[in-house]
Write a protein that binds this ligand. Structure first.
Ligand SMILES: *Cc1c(COP(=O)(O)O)cnc(C)c1O
Length: 404
Protein backbone atom coordinates (compact mmCIF):
# COMPACT_ATOMS: atom_id res chain seq x y z
CA UNK A 1 0.00 0.00 0.00
CA UNK A 2 0.98 3.59 -0.57
CA UNK A 3 4.32 2.82 -2.21
CA UNK A 4 5.21 6.52 -2.43
CA UNK A 5 5.98 6.41 1.29
CA UNK A 6 8.54 3.71 0.78
CA UNK A 7 10.89 6.36 -0.52
CA UNK A 8 13.84 6.87 1.78
CA UNK A 9 14.59 10.36 2.98
CA UNK A 10 17.73 10.98 5.01
CA UNK A 11 16.94 11.88 8.59
CA UNK A 12 18.20 15.42 8.47
CA UNK A 13 16.08 16.28 5.47
CA UNK A 14 12.93 15.28 7.26
CA UNK A 15 12.42 18.61 8.95
CA UNK A 16 12.51 20.45 5.64
CA UNK A 17 10.39 18.09 3.63
CA UNK A 18 7.13 18.96 5.23
CA UNK A 19 4.87 17.59 2.54
CA UNK A 20 6.34 14.17 2.99
CA UNK A 21 6.31 14.75 6.69
CA UNK A 22 2.57 15.25 6.94
CA UNK A 23 1.82 11.74 5.79
CA UNK A 24 4.48 10.31 8.04
CA UNK A 25 3.28 12.40 10.97
CA UNK A 26 -0.19 10.95 10.55
CA UNK A 27 1.20 7.43 10.62
CA UNK A 28 3.23 8.13 13.75
CA UNK A 29 0.15 9.58 15.47
CA UNK A 30 -1.78 6.45 14.59
CA UNK A 31 0.96 4.19 15.91
CA UNK A 32 1.03 6.03 19.23
CA UNK A 33 -2.78 5.88 19.43
CA UNK A 34 -2.49 2.14 18.89
CA UNK A 35 0.53 1.27 21.01
CA UNK A 36 0.91 4.08 23.54
CA UNK A 37 3.75 6.40 24.46
CA UNK A 38 6.70 6.42 24.79
CA UNK A 39 7.19 4.22 21.76
CA UNK A 40 10.11 2.95 19.72
CA UNK A 41 9.27 2.06 16.13
CA UNK A 42 11.64 -0.53 14.73
CA UNK A 43 11.68 -0.67 10.94
CA UNK A 44 13.17 -3.92 9.62
CA UNK A 45 13.45 -2.39 6.15
CA UNK A 46 16.06 -0.01 7.56
CA UNK A 47 17.96 -3.02 8.95
CA UNK A 48 17.93 -4.66 5.49
CA UNK A 49 18.94 -1.46 3.77
CA UNK A 50 21.90 -0.88 6.11
CA UNK A 51 23.07 -4.47 5.94
CA UNK A 52 22.99 -4.43 2.15
CA UNK A 53 24.72 -1.06 1.94
CA UNK A 54 27.59 -2.28 4.12
CA UNK A 55 27.80 -5.52 2.21
CA UNK A 56 28.15 -3.56 -1.03
CA UNK A 57 30.78 -1.35 0.56
CA UNK A 58 32.76 -4.33 1.91
CA UNK A 59 32.44 -7.13 -0.65
CA UNK A 60 33.99 -10.39 0.50
CA UNK A 61 33.70 -9.45 4.17
CA UNK A 62 31.43 -11.57 6.38
CA UNK A 63 29.28 -9.19 8.39
CA UNK A 64 28.69 -10.37 11.94
CA UNK A 65 25.99 -8.16 13.42
CA UNK A 66 27.14 -7.10 16.89
CA UNK A 67 24.04 -7.71 19.01
CA UNK A 68 24.95 -5.24 21.77
CA UNK A 69 23.52 -1.95 20.37
CA UNK A 70 20.09 -3.40 19.64
CA UNK A 71 19.53 -6.89 21.05
CA UNK A 72 16.21 -7.56 19.37
CA UNK A 73 14.69 -10.75 17.97
CA UNK A 74 13.17 -9.03 14.92
CA UNK A 75 16.55 -7.56 14.00
CA UNK A 76 18.18 -10.97 14.35
CA UNK A 77 15.44 -12.62 12.26
CA UNK A 78 15.70 -9.95 9.56
CA UNK A 79 19.48 -10.30 9.36
CA UNK A 80 19.22 -14.06 9.34
CA UNK A 81 17.08 -13.79 6.20
CA UNK A 82 19.77 -11.57 4.70
CA UNK A 83 22.38 -14.25 5.33
CA UNK A 84 24.21 -12.32 8.03
CA UNK A 85 26.57 -13.67 10.67
CA UNK A 86 26.45 -12.66 14.35
CA UNK A 87 28.81 -11.34 16.99
CA UNK A 88 27.96 -12.34 20.57
CA UNK A 89 29.46 -11.19 23.83
CA UNK A 90 27.26 -12.50 26.66
CA UNK A 91 25.05 -15.43 27.63
CA UNK A 92 21.94 -13.34 26.98
CA UNK A 93 23.13 -12.72 23.44
CA UNK A 94 23.80 -16.45 23.04
CA UNK A 95 20.17 -17.05 24.09
CA UNK A 96 18.89 -14.50 21.58
CA UNK A 97 20.58 -16.11 18.56
CA UNK A 98 19.95 -19.61 19.83
CA UNK A 99 16.20 -18.91 20.16
CA UNK A 100 16.23 -17.40 16.67
CA UNK A 101 17.63 -20.67 15.33
CA UNK A 102 20.88 -19.16 14.14
CA UNK A 103 23.37 -21.78 13.05
CA UNK A 104 26.17 -21.62 15.68
CA UNK A 105 28.86 -21.75 13.00
CA UNK A 106 27.60 -18.32 11.90
CA UNK A 107 28.51 -16.80 15.26
CA UNK A 108 31.63 -15.67 17.04
CA UNK A 109 31.97 -14.71 20.70
CA UNK A 110 34.03 -11.54 20.97
CA UNK A 111 34.09 -10.57 24.63
CA UNK A 112 37.79 -10.49 25.51
CA UNK A 113 37.09 -11.25 29.20
CA UNK A 114 34.98 -14.29 30.09
CA UNK A 115 34.24 -16.54 33.00
CA UNK A 116 34.75 -20.26 32.48
CA UNK A 117 30.96 -20.60 32.71
CA UNK A 118 30.53 -18.09 29.86
CA UNK A 119 32.90 -20.07 27.65
CA UNK A 120 31.01 -23.27 28.40
CA UNK A 121 27.63 -21.60 27.82
CA UNK A 122 28.65 -20.42 24.34
CA UNK A 123 30.23 -23.79 23.51
CA UNK A 124 27.14 -25.68 24.60
CA UNK A 125 25.22 -23.63 22.07
CA UNK A 126 27.91 -24.46 19.51
CA UNK A 127 29.83 -21.22 19.19
CA UNK A 128 33.52 -22.16 19.29
CA UNK A 129 35.27 -19.00 18.15
CA UNK A 130 36.36 -16.67 20.93
CA UNK A 131 38.53 -13.61 21.42
CA UNK A 132 41.41 -13.09 23.83
CA UNK A 133 43.87 -10.32 24.52
CA UNK A 134 45.99 -11.47 27.46
CA UNK A 135 47.83 -14.51 28.91
CA UNK A 136 45.33 -15.14 31.72
CA UNK A 137 42.49 -15.34 29.25
CA UNK A 138 44.56 -17.69 27.09
CA UNK A 139 44.98 -20.11 30.00
CA UNK A 140 41.22 -20.34 30.38
CA UNK A 141 41.16 -22.15 27.03
CA UNK A 142 43.57 -24.94 27.98
CA UNK A 143 40.63 -27.28 28.83
CA UNK A 144 38.95 -26.41 25.51
CA UNK A 145 42.02 -26.54 23.30
CA UNK A 146 40.61 -29.29 21.11
CA UNK A 147 37.51 -27.38 20.14
CA UNK A 148 38.08 -23.68 20.61
CA UNK A 149 39.42 -21.33 17.99
CA UNK A 150 40.64 -17.96 19.07
CA UNK A 151 41.13 -14.54 17.60
CA UNK A 152 43.77 -12.33 19.18
CA UNK A 153 42.44 -8.83 19.74
CA UNK A 154 44.79 -5.95 19.20
CA UNK A 155 44.47 -2.44 20.55
CA UNK A 156 44.64 0.64 18.36
CA UNK A 157 43.73 3.71 20.34
CA UNK A 158 41.24 6.16 18.78
CA UNK A 159 41.00 9.24 20.92
CA UNK A 160 38.85 10.79 18.15
CA UNK A 161 36.15 8.13 18.14
CA UNK A 162 33.08 8.90 20.22
CA UNK A 163 33.65 5.67 22.11
CA UNK A 164 37.27 4.48 22.16
CA UNK A 165 36.95 0.71 22.49
CA UNK A 166 40.69 0.11 22.35
CA UNK A 167 41.19 1.73 25.74
CA UNK A 168 39.60 -1.12 27.63
CA UNK A 169 40.49 -4.11 25.45
CA UNK A 170 43.14 -5.39 23.09
CA UNK A 171 46.84 -6.17 23.46
CA UNK A 172 49.66 -4.04 22.09
CA UNK A 173 51.28 -5.00 18.81
CA UNK A 174 54.45 -5.91 20.73
CA UNK A 175 52.53 -8.35 22.91
CA UNK A 176 50.98 -10.16 19.94
CA UNK A 177 53.79 -12.53 18.91
CA UNK A 178 54.66 -13.63 22.47
CA UNK A 179 50.97 -14.43 23.05
CA UNK A 180 50.77 -16.36 19.78
CA UNK A 181 53.86 -18.36 20.82
CA UNK A 182 52.43 -19.09 24.23
CA UNK A 183 49.17 -20.27 22.62
CA UNK A 184 51.11 -22.60 20.32
CA UNK A 185 52.93 -24.05 23.36
CA UNK A 186 49.58 -24.77 25.05
CA UNK A 187 48.27 -26.31 21.86
CA UNK A 188 45.54 -23.66 21.63
CA UNK A 189 44.60 -22.60 18.11
CA UNK A 190 44.75 -18.87 17.48
CA UNK A 191 43.36 -18.61 13.96
CA UNK A 192 43.29 -14.89 13.42
CA UNK A 193 43.45 -11.31 14.59
CA UNK A 194 40.74 -8.83 15.52
CA UNK A 195 40.41 -5.25 16.66
CA UNK A 196 37.82 -2.58 17.29
CA UNK A 197 39.02 0.94 16.60
CA UNK A 198 36.13 2.59 18.43
CA UNK A 199 32.51 3.27 17.70
CA UNK A 200 31.22 5.98 15.33
CA UNK A 201 34.66 6.42 13.77
CA UNK A 202 34.74 9.70 11.90
CA UNK A 203 37.24 8.62 9.28
CA UNK A 204 38.64 5.26 8.17
CA UNK A 205 42.29 6.04 8.96
CA UNK A 206 42.32 3.93 12.15
CA UNK A 207 40.80 0.94 10.40
CA UNK A 208 43.45 1.23 7.69
CA UNK A 209 46.26 1.60 10.23
CA UNK A 210 44.99 -1.42 12.14
CA UNK A 211 44.64 -3.59 9.02
CA UNK A 212 48.18 -2.67 7.98
CA UNK A 213 49.47 -3.62 11.42
CA UNK A 214 47.56 -6.92 11.23
CA UNK A 215 49.17 -7.65 7.86
CA UNK A 216 52.59 -7.18 9.48
CA UNK A 217 51.75 -9.51 12.37
CA UNK A 218 50.35 -12.16 9.99
CA UNK A 219 53.64 -11.97 8.07
CA UNK A 220 55.80 -12.12 11.22
CA UNK A 221 53.86 -15.08 12.56
CA UNK A 222 54.47 -16.91 9.31
CA UNK A 223 58.19 -16.11 9.37
CA UNK A 224 58.43 -17.48 12.90
CA UNK A 225 56.72 -20.71 11.91
CA UNK A 226 53.63 -20.07 14.02
CA UNK A 227 50.25 -21.52 12.95
CA UNK A 228 48.69 -19.63 10.08
CA UNK A 229 46.54 -16.61 10.94
CA UNK A 230 43.75 -17.05 8.46
CA UNK A 231 41.13 -14.60 9.77
CA UNK A 232 41.27 -10.83 10.09
CA UNK A 233 38.30 -9.30 11.90
CA UNK A 234 38.09 -5.53 11.49
CA UNK A 235 35.46 -4.99 14.19
CA UNK A 236 32.80 -2.29 14.09
CA UNK A 237 32.90 1.48 14.23
CA UNK A 238 31.13 2.22 10.92
CA UNK A 239 29.52 5.62 11.35
CA UNK A 240 26.01 6.92 10.75
CA UNK A 241 24.56 10.40 10.28
CA UNK A 242 23.22 11.80 13.51
CA UNK A 243 23.11 15.57 13.75
CA UNK A 244 26.44 15.83 11.95
CA UNK A 245 27.18 14.41 8.51
CA UNK A 246 29.59 11.53 8.17
CA UNK A 247 31.12 10.10 5.01
CA UNK A 248 28.77 7.90 2.98
CA UNK A 249 29.55 4.28 3.81
CA UNK A 250 30.95 3.46 0.40
CA UNK A 251 33.37 6.39 0.61
CA UNK A 252 34.25 5.50 4.20
CA UNK A 253 35.03 1.91 3.21
CA UNK A 254 37.06 2.64 0.06
CA UNK A 255 40.44 2.91 1.84
CA UNK A 256 39.47 -0.05 4.03
CA UNK A 257 38.88 -2.17 0.91
CA UNK A 258 42.28 -1.14 -0.40
CA UNK A 259 43.97 -2.07 2.88
CA UNK A 260 42.19 -5.44 3.03
CA UNK A 261 43.47 -6.21 -0.46
CA UNK A 262 47.03 -6.22 0.93
CA UNK A 263 46.31 -9.20 3.21
CA UNK A 264 47.42 -12.65 2.00
CA UNK A 265 45.01 -14.20 -0.52
CA UNK A 266 42.57 -16.58 1.14
CA UNK A 267 42.37 -14.63 4.41
CA UNK A 268 38.81 -14.80 5.75
CA UNK A 269 37.60 -11.28 6.38
CA UNK A 270 35.11 -10.41 9.10
CA UNK A 271 33.53 -7.19 10.33
CA UNK A 272 31.33 -6.67 13.39
CA UNK A 273 28.98 -3.80 12.57
CA UNK A 274 26.56 -2.81 15.30
CA UNK A 275 25.63 0.85 15.17
CA UNK A 276 25.66 1.07 11.37
CA UNK A 277 22.95 -1.56 11.09
CA UNK A 278 20.92 -0.65 14.15
CA UNK A 279 20.94 3.15 14.44
CA UNK A 280 18.70 4.11 11.50
CA UNK A 281 16.27 1.32 12.33
CA UNK A 282 14.51 2.91 15.31
CA UNK A 283 12.48 6.08 15.69
CA UNK A 284 11.52 7.21 19.18
CA UNK A 285 8.22 8.90 19.89
CA UNK A 286 7.56 10.56 23.23
CA UNK A 287 4.75 12.74 24.56
CA UNK A 288 4.97 16.11 26.30
CA UNK A 289 3.60 15.54 29.83
CA UNK A 290 3.93 19.12 31.00
CA UNK A 291 5.49 22.45 30.18
CA UNK A 292 6.90 25.32 32.13
CA UNK A 293 8.36 28.72 31.24
CA UNK A 294 11.67 28.96 33.07
CA UNK A 295 14.11 31.85 32.60
CA UNK A 296 12.45 32.88 29.35
CA UNK A 297 12.50 29.44 27.79
CA UNK A 298 9.85 26.75 27.42
CA UNK A 299 10.76 23.57 29.17
CA UNK A 300 8.92 20.51 27.88
CA UNK A 301 8.84 17.45 30.14
CA UNK A 302 8.40 14.27 28.10
CA UNK A 303 7.53 10.72 29.08
CA UNK A 304 10.95 9.48 27.87
CA UNK A 305 14.39 10.81 28.76
CA UNK A 306 18.04 10.08 29.42
CA UNK A 307 17.17 7.32 31.87
CA UNK A 308 15.07 5.73 29.11
CA UNK A 309 15.41 5.64 25.30
CA UNK A 310 17.63 8.70 25.35
CA UNK A 311 20.20 6.97 27.59
CA UNK A 312 22.60 7.14 24.63
CA UNK A 313 22.80 10.91 25.23
CA UNK A 314 24.82 9.97 28.33
CA UNK A 315 26.43 6.56 27.69
CA UNK A 316 26.99 6.84 23.93
CA UNK A 317 27.60 10.61 23.68
CA UNK A 318 25.13 10.65 20.79
CA UNK A 319 23.09 13.64 19.72
CA UNK A 320 19.99 12.57 17.84
CA UNK A 321 18.00 14.47 15.22
CA UNK A 322 14.94 15.44 17.27
CA UNK A 323 11.88 17.42 16.28
CA UNK A 324 8.29 17.89 17.31
CA UNK A 325 5.72 16.17 15.17
CA UNK A 326 3.94 19.52 14.89
CA UNK A 327 6.50 21.28 12.82
CA UNK A 328 4.59 24.44 11.93
CA UNK A 329 4.79 27.66 13.89
CA UNK A 330 7.47 30.04 14.95
CA UNK A 331 10.35 28.35 16.71
CA UNK A 332 12.24 29.48 19.74
CA UNK A 333 15.07 27.98 21.84
CA UNK A 334 13.50 25.41 24.16
CA UNK A 335 14.50 22.69 26.58
CA UNK A 336 13.50 19.04 26.23
CA UNK A 337 13.61 17.15 29.50
CA UNK A 338 12.80 13.61 30.56
CA UNK A 339 10.21 12.57 33.12
CA UNK A 340 12.36 11.66 36.13
CA UNK A 341 12.95 13.86 39.15
CA UNK A 342 16.67 14.08 38.41
CA UNK A 343 18.12 17.29 37.01
CA UNK A 344 20.54 15.41 34.75
CA UNK A 345 17.50 14.17 32.84
CA UNK A 346 17.64 16.81 30.09
CA UNK A 347 17.88 15.63 26.49
CA UNK A 348 18.43 18.98 24.78
CA UNK A 349 18.85 22.33 26.49
CA UNK A 350 18.80 24.48 23.37
CA UNK A 351 16.55 23.07 20.69
CA UNK A 352 14.46 25.17 18.31
CA UNK A 353 10.83 24.16 18.71
CA UNK A 354 7.45 25.68 17.96
CA UNK A 355 5.38 26.26 21.10
CA UNK A 356 3.97 22.88 22.08
CA UNK A 357 0.96 21.87 24.13
CA UNK A 358 0.74 18.99 26.59
CA UNK A 359 0.18 15.82 24.60
CA UNK A 360 2.39 16.96 21.68
CA UNK A 361 4.59 14.25 20.21
CA UNK A 362 8.37 14.50 19.97
CA UNK A 363 10.20 12.34 17.45
CA UNK A 364 13.82 11.22 17.76
CA UNK A 365 15.46 9.73 14.67
CA UNK A 366 18.42 7.38 14.31
CA UNK A 367 17.63 5.92 17.69
CA UNK A 368 18.25 2.22 17.11
CA UNK A 369 21.76 1.86 18.53
CA UNK A 370 22.69 2.05 22.21
CA UNK A 371 19.31 3.54 23.19
CA UNK A 372 16.76 1.09 24.57
CA UNK A 373 19.66 -1.31 25.09
CA UNK A 374 21.00 0.93 27.85
CA UNK A 375 17.67 2.29 29.12
CA UNK A 376 16.72 1.96 32.78
CA UNK A 377 13.42 2.15 34.62
CA UNK A 378 14.63 4.72 37.13
CA UNK A 379 11.84 6.39 39.09
CA UNK A 380 9.52 3.61 37.82
CA UNK A 381 9.20 5.14 34.35
CA UNK A 382 8.73 2.10 32.15
CA UNK A 383 11.00 1.62 29.16
CA UNK A 384 9.41 2.46 25.82
CA UNK A 385 7.78 -0.49 24.08
CA UNK A 386 9.29 -1.48 20.76
CA UNK A 387 6.83 -1.99 17.93
CA UNK A 388 8.19 -3.69 14.83
CA UNK A 389 7.19 -2.78 11.28
CA UNK A 390 8.13 -4.27 7.90
CA UNK A 391 9.14 -7.58 9.43
CA UNK A 392 8.51 -9.29 6.13
CA UNK A 393 9.78 -7.90 2.86
CA UNK A 394 7.03 -5.97 1.08
CA UNK A 395 4.65 -6.40 4.01
CA UNK A 396 1.30 -4.81 3.33
CA UNK A 397 0.85 -2.65 6.34
CA UNK A 398 -0.88 0.68 6.60
CA UNK A 399 1.16 1.89 9.50
CA UNK A 400 4.15 1.62 7.26
CA UNK A 401 6.99 3.29 6.53
CA UNK A 402 8.85 5.70 8.52
CA UNK A 403 11.60 7.51 6.87
CA UNK A 404 14.80 6.45 8.48
C1 LIG B 1 30.26 -2.86 20.53
C2 LIG B 1 31.07 -3.77 19.69
C3 LIG B 1 30.85 -3.85 18.30
C4 LIG B 1 29.92 -2.93 17.57
O1 LIG B 1 30.52 -1.69 17.39
P1 LIG B 1 29.81 -0.52 16.55
O2 LIG B 1 30.74 0.61 16.69
O3 LIG B 1 28.47 -0.32 17.15
O4 LIG B 1 29.72 -1.00 15.14
C5 LIG B 1 31.59 -4.77 17.58
N1 LIG B 1 32.48 -5.58 18.18
C6 LIG B 1 32.71 -5.55 19.50
C7 LIG B 1 33.69 -6.47 20.08
C8 LIG B 1 32.03 -4.64 20.29
O5 LIG B 1 32.27 -4.58 21.61
Amino acid sequence: MAPEFLEIVPAKKVATEQKHNLAEAERIRRMVALHGSPLLILDCDAVRRQYRALQRALPGVDLHYAIKPLPNAAVVATLREEGAFFDLATNGEVDLVSEAGIEPSRTIHTHPIKRDSDIRYAMEYGCNTFVLDNPDELKKFIPYARKAKLLLRLSFRSPDAKVDLSKKFGCSQEAALPLLKQAAEYGIRVVGLSFHVGSQALDPAKHVEAITACATIVQQAREQGLPKLEIVDIGGGFPVDYVDDVQPINTFCAPIRAALATLPAGTRLIAEPGRFIAAPAMTAVATVMGKSMRDGRWWYYMDDGVYGSYSGRIFDHAQYPIDSLDFFGERSPSVLAGPTCDSIDVIEDNIMLPELECGALIVGRMMGAYTSATATEFNFFKKADIVVINERVGEDCDVLPLMA
